[in-house]
Ligand binder design. Structure first.
Ligand SMILES: *[C@@H]1O[C@H](CO)[C@@H](O)[C@H](O)[C@H]1NC(C)=O
Length: 362
C-alpha cells in the first residue's frame, strides 16, 4: 500500500494515462485508415551516378516534376509556381504560360500543338499559344478527377492519364503513402466526343503513363505496389491488364518511352531503407498521420534519387542510376531521354538534371 501512495508512482500513473489518452485521440482522429505497405527488399549497390548531372535552369525551376520535348527540340516543364517554362535549343529559358494553380505535374506534347498538362487541382488541361483550357475535370460517371498526375497522347488523339488518389491531393500525398490503399485509376479522354472514362480502377496510386513504340500497349505505374502494369491496346490481348515489371527498388513515378523502345522510370525512395519497416505497421502509421509535423519528418527521410531503364518487353531492370545520398538529385520524379542525354525532373530540386547516357558504361 505504501508503494502505491508514493508521489512518484502517482505522477507515473498520470503521465502514462495522459500518454494513453493522447495516442487514443490520435488513433480516433487519424486522417488515414492504413493497410501495411510492403516495400520490396533490394540488394542494389548504390552507384551515385546521378550526382554527376549538369543543372539546367538552376534557381528558376522550383520542383520541375515532369519534362516533355516537342518536335522542334524545345523542352517544357511545369513548376510549383504555376508556370509552364520552356528551354529553347540555344539553352535560354522562357516563362511560357501561367495556369495560376499550384498542382502542376505531368506534361506531354500534343500533335495538334501545345501541351497536355496534368493539374492536381483542376484535372487535365490543354495549354497552347491561345491560353489554358480544362479538357476534363470529371469522369463521365460524375466523379471528380482529384489528382491528375501524368498523361500521354496516342496517335488517334486519345489521351491516357492517371488520377492518383480520390482521397488525398498533392499537398498531402504522403498521407496516401501511409494509407497505402488503392485509390487511383487510369483514365482515357476522347477528344472527339469530349468524354472521359475509366480504363483501370483500383490502382494503388496511379502515376506514370507511357505508350510503347508501336502503341500496342501502354504502361501505367502503380506506385504503392512498386510495380507497373501493361494494358494491351491492340492484338489478341487487347483490353487485358498484366504485370509489366514488379518488385521495383522504389515506388515508380513518371515513366517515359526512350528512343530505343525501352522505358525510363523514376523510382521514389519513400523513406530511408532502415525505416521501411515502419510502413508495415498500421497502428504506428495511424498515429503518425494525425500529426502533420511527424508526417513531415517521415516524408523528409525520402532523400535519395533513383531511375531505372526497363526493356521494351518489361520484366527486368537493364540499368539503374541513383544518388543514394541525395547529395545532388533527390525526389526525382521523371527521366526523359533525348539525343543521348537523360533529363531528370524532381519535386525536390530547383533545376533539371542532365546526364549523358549514350556510349556510357552505366
Ligand atoms: C534563343 O532562342 C529563342 C527562340 O528561338 C529566341 O527567342 C531567343 O532570342 C534566343 N536567345 C538567344 C540568347 O539567342
Amino acid at each position: 500500500m505504501a508503494a502505491l501512495q508514493h508521489p512518484l508512482f502517482l505522477i507515473g500513473s498520470l503521465v502514462s494515462a495522459a500518454a494513453a489518452a493522447f495516442v487514443l485521440q490520435a488513433l480516433l482522429q487519424s486522417p488515414v485508415s492504413p493497410e501495411p505497405l510492403l516495400v520490396p527488399r533490394s540488394d542494389f549497390t548504390p552507384n551515385n551516378i546521378l550526382q554527376s548531372v549538369d543543372r539546367l535552369g538552376e534557381g528558376i525551376l522550383p520542383g520541375p516534376e515532369d519534362i516533355a520535348v516537342d518536335g522542334d527540340g524545345v523542352l517544357y516543364t511545369a513548376t510549383r509556381d504555376g508556370w509552364i517554362k520552356r528551354m529553347h535549343r540555344n539553352g535560354t529559358w522562357e516563362e511560357w504560360k501561367s495556369t495560376g494553380t499550384h498542382g502542376l505535374l505531368g506534361v506531354a506534347t500534343s500533335m495538334a500543338g501545345g501541351l497536355l498538362v496534368c493539374d492536381a487541382e483542376k484535372g487535365l488541361l490543354k495549354v497552347d499559344e491561345g491560353g489554358v483550357a480544362v479538357l476534363a475535370s470529371h469522369v463521365d460517371d460524375g466523379s471528380q478527377i482529384r489528382f491528375a498526375d501524368e498523361a500521354v497522347e496516342a496517335s488517334d488523339g486519345s489521351v491516357y492519364f492517371s488520377d492518383a488518389s480520390d482521397k488525398f491531393g498533392l499537398h498531402n500525398w504522403y498521407l496516401d503513402v501511409l494509407e497505402a490503399r488503392p485509390r487511383g485509376r487510369l483514365l482515357k479522354y476522347d477528344p472527339w466526343k469530349g468524354t472521359t472514362s475509366v480504363v483501370i480502377g483500383g490502382l494503388a496510386f496511379a502515376n506514370g503513363v507511357a505508350l510503347s513504340a508501336g502503341e500496342d500497349f501502354l504502361v501505367v505505374c502503380e506506385s504503392w505496389k512498386f510495380r507497373c502494369l501493361r494494358y494491351w491496346l491492340k492484338g489478341e490481348h487487347k483490353g487485358q491488364t498484366e504485370v509489366f515489371i514488379e518488385n521495383l527498388p522504389g515506388a515508380p513515378d513518371n515513366i517515359n518511352l526512350a528512343p530505343d523502345g525501352s522505358f525510363w522510370v523514376a523510382l521514389l525512395q519513400l523513406s530511408h531503407r532502415r525505416l521501411d519497416v515502419v510502413h508495415r505497421w498500421t497502428t504506428f502509421k495511424r498515429v503518425v498521420a494525425a500529426f502533420p509535423k511527424l508526417v513531415g519528418l517521415l516524408q523528409a527521410t525520402n532523400s535519395a534519387a533513383m531511375v531505372a531503364n526497363v526493356p521494351a518487353d518489361g520484366g527486368r531492370i537493364a540499368r539503374l542510376l541513383d544518388d543514394s545520398e541525395g547529395k545532388v538529385m533527390y525526389f526525382v520524379t521523371s527521366a526523359v531521354e533525348l539525343e543521348g542525354y537523360l533529363y531528370l525532373g524532381s519535386l525536390g530540386t530547383n533545376f533539371i538534371g542532365r546526364l549523358p547516357v549514350e556510349g556510357s558504361d552505366y
